[in-house]
Ligand binder design. Structure first.
Ligand code: AMP
Ligand code: ZN
Length: 468
């Protein structure tokens, strides 16, 4: 089986060959921590999660780095409006981000470097570019990358070189392909920056956004590494500029595979803070949906297709997940039966796992991967209906489901998910009774909960209510 990805750099499907066989260096552009991330952002992080989990599923070792942009125009403005120091302001949104990714079952990165902690590394890159005559300081005291000095500029997107306005400068972090120009590496301090600045050989200032990803990716993954991801809006200028700075400074290829996901859209428009058409994860959880239902929606569309967000999609997710839960419960119930024959189940599970791996290896074909899961459920239900109910068969099938879920991470409910409020209240009352050592009352409450179809399990993390 060949593992293939669509590489934005070559604009075609390519066989994936990591620099060191079996190991992958993965860099994903992280959040700007000036606000809560919206579910459009999480679409991107969910795609990266499926990518990473697929690599792990296929046996690769992955070193994953995700940066936290904790200094830029937006974070500075936000901290000023909140009357807080920059770090105190961004700390809150870093924490919120980590809480959200746990709810969405996104595997944490190995390293989360923050821009403000890597200013020295960024200055070093600018110095090299300066010494090579590729960077220059302009009258506004900011330092710019000269695209005229770097003929390779425009690898990810085709840029009309005739249109390139060398010597014209952009200080903004975001601009369009039509306005490709010399971009800021180091932004000279001005009054709007308040007390946010660092000293450098070019005077007080702060780094440009693109520079941080060049500095932090090479620090943790090396000057050349395997994979770099983000949303398609990152292709230009962010990733183009990262390539230019890194390759001009290090003298070697920056990244071998670039993967970008299409946008999450609402009514045909990209979900974004600036358009105001966004939902944070908590907006959706507050409407009664669970983290895994949101995850289901975010991962369900192939990453290179736009994902049209709707509440109907969340309703559909609920129905599909109930089907999976019912299947898992049915298998668990069979674990208590006598062993029995499991020959056919072995065949089914091994075909399922092969199909699943083949689907994901084909540029993360998630629809085919889900088709393998649903075909598995159908086949197993058929066998169970025809009396194949032994514990061996159930164990094999549960094991297969657990393997598929290493990538999908949707096949087990969240603690408390779907538990009616009155049952949660009884469980809390029972816990209070136990705490005050009123065991007779605690026992009576447990029985009451059981009589309504639920079980209380006492786990090291506290009591958990599950369907009986
Ligand atoms: P930002 O905080 O705006 O830099 O975005 C963080 C990540 O989310 C980037 O990789 C963006 O490409 C991605 N992103 C932003 N909006 C969307 C969207 N509507 N759909 C998918 N990805 C998005
Ligand atoms: Zn980046």
């Amino acid at each position: 089986m060949t593992l293939k990805f669509y590489n934005t750099l070559s604009r075609r499907l390519e066989e994936f060959r990591p620099i060191v066989p079996g190991k992958v260096g993965l860099y994903t552009c992280g959040p700007t921590v000036y606000n809560y991330a919206h579910i459009g952002n999480f679409r991107c992080y969910a795609f990266e999660d499926i990518l990473k989990r697929t690599l792990l599923f296929l046996g690769y070792e992955v070193k994953h780095v995700m940066n936290l942009t904790d200094v830029d125009d937006k974070t500075i403005r936000g901290s000023q409006e909140a009357g807080l120091k920059l770090n105190d302001f961004t700390a809150k949104f870093k924490q919120a981000f980590f809480a959200d990714i746990a709810v969405l079952r996104l595997l944490p990165a190995d390293i989360y470097p923050a821009a403000t902690e890597h200013i020295g590394e960024m200055i070093k890159i600018v110095k090299v570019l300066f010494d090579r005559g590729i960077a220059y300081q302009a009258e506004d005291r900011s330092v710019y990358f000269s695209i005229a000095k770097w003929p390779q500029y425009g690898q990810l997107v085709n840029i009309d070189r005739e249109q390139m306005r060398s010597g014209v400068r952009v200080k903004l972090d975001e601009y369009t392909k039509d306005s490709a120009a010399d971009f800021a590496l180091w932004k000279a301090w001005d009054e709007a920056d308040g007390e946010v600045y660092w000293d450098s050989p070019w005077g007080r200032g702060r780094p440009g956004w693109h520079l941080e990803c060049s500095a932090m990716s090479s620090k943790y993954l090396g000057a050349t590494f395997d994979m770099h991801c983000g949303g398609i809006d990152n292709i230009f200028p962010h990733h183009e500029d990262e390539i230019a700075q890194s390759e001009a400074a290090n003298g070697c290829k920056f990244v071998n595979y670039w993967l970008h996901c299409a946008h999450l859209v609402v009514d045909g428009q990209k979900m974004s803070k600036s358009l105001g058409n966004f939902y944070t994860l908590h907006d959706i959880l507050d409407k009664g949906y669970s983290g895994r239902e949101v995850r289901w929606v975010l991962i369900g569309t192939h990453y290179r297709q736009s994902l049209n967000f709707s509440f109907q999609a969340l309703e559909d997710a609920r129905a599909s997940l109930q089907r999976i839960d019912a299947f898992r419960t049915r298998l668990q119930e069979n674990l208590a039966n006598p062993a029995g024959d499991s020959g056919q189940v072995e065949e089914i599970t091994s075909k399922t796992l092969d199909d699943f791996a083949a689907a994901l290896s084909d540029d993360l074909n998630i629809s085919a991967a889900f088709a393998a899961l649903f075909e598995f459920i159908r086949e197993m239900n058929r066998l169970l209906d025809s009396g194949c109910t032994g514990s061996n068969a159930a164990r094999l099938a549960l094991d297969c489901l657990e393997k598929l879920d290493r990538v999908l991470a949707v096949c087990t409910p969240d603690p408390g998910e779907g538990v009616p409020p009155e049952i949660t209240a009884l469980a809390e009352e029972r816990q209070a009774a136990r705490k005050s050592k009123d065991y007779a009352r605690a026992d009576a409450l447990r029985k009451e909960i059981e009589s309504q179809g639920w079980l209380v399990e006492d786990t090291p993390k506290g009591p958990r209510v599950i369907r009986k």
